[in-house]
Design a protein around this ligand. Sequence first.
Ligand code: BTN
Length: 331
Amino acid sequence: MNHAPNTRQRLLHLLSDNAIHSGRELAEALGLSRSAVWKSLQELEKLGLSVHAVRGRGYRMPHPVEMLEPDSLNQHLHPATRERISSLEIHPCLDSTNTYLMQRARNGTGSCGQVCLADSQGSGRGRMGRSWLSPPGANIYLSVLWHFEDHAYLTGLSLAVGVAVARALVASSLTEVNLKWPNDILWQDHKLGGILIEATGTAHGGCQVVIGLGINRYLPPQLAERIDQAWIDLHRIQGRDMPARNVLIARILNEMIPLLVSYPRQGLAAWLDEWKTLHHWKGREVVLLQGERHIRGILQDISDQGLLILRSPDGTLHEYGSGDVRLQRSA
Ligand code: BTN
């Protein structure tokens, strides 16, 4: 486990109680000069976290912050989940948890069941080459490395993972969770999270898969302005009742790890019906974006293999395996 807490993380930790802390108190706690503290506060501001200066009294963080705590996380993991996790790493900051585990998969230093969490990501990645906004303190940036004996087992995996994540959110009292093909987690048409699955082959024909998940718990408004689609975070939906970060991560792993264990045996079939009940956009007029190609149609269903079925304007049905679905009015 990586505990190398840099100054910024330690400062964030001190401010995570949302109370006012004087510059002197922070400097003493961190063993730094007051100007060094001020510099670190500026760093947090640059990452989009506003720190309020309260005249004559000190500084306070006005929004929710919860540090990633291995003990708290472990406490909420089911024994069967813990058993299948080969290592659980928590990093203050990584470029991307997916990139980190993909590198390990490629250079042979990764292991099946390796879980990687970061408090923030410098170059978080989304699907289709997009970036994933990853400020510190509140959100979930999680990746899991898994080994499958056969590449074919990947069919529909991102859909099944979506169901697992939705279950964890529902268990956290979130209603109106929906899924958008292939791997967006929505709340009332707004994006709450996303899944990025990447794979690399092995010499024996099997594959190493990295399942990456980002969930918005709190996005600072000044940062979120950059997002080019309707978004939401748990804080805006549930306020103070939103699930604790460590608990939610444990709930997600408690769903995701058993899924990965059973997936080669059960495949998408075990998850498809539930996926369909969460399929919010069924029957809607959509456009499927595939690079330069924009395919219009009515979203009909999902095939047994997890392909998207669209009814085109001439009434014929077509299946698609990739792309980004948008509602026609917002396309
Ligand atoms: C998407 O909806 O486009 C997928 C977003 C996936 C984001 C997560 S955050 C953790 C992991 N690391 C990354 O760089 N990306 C995924």
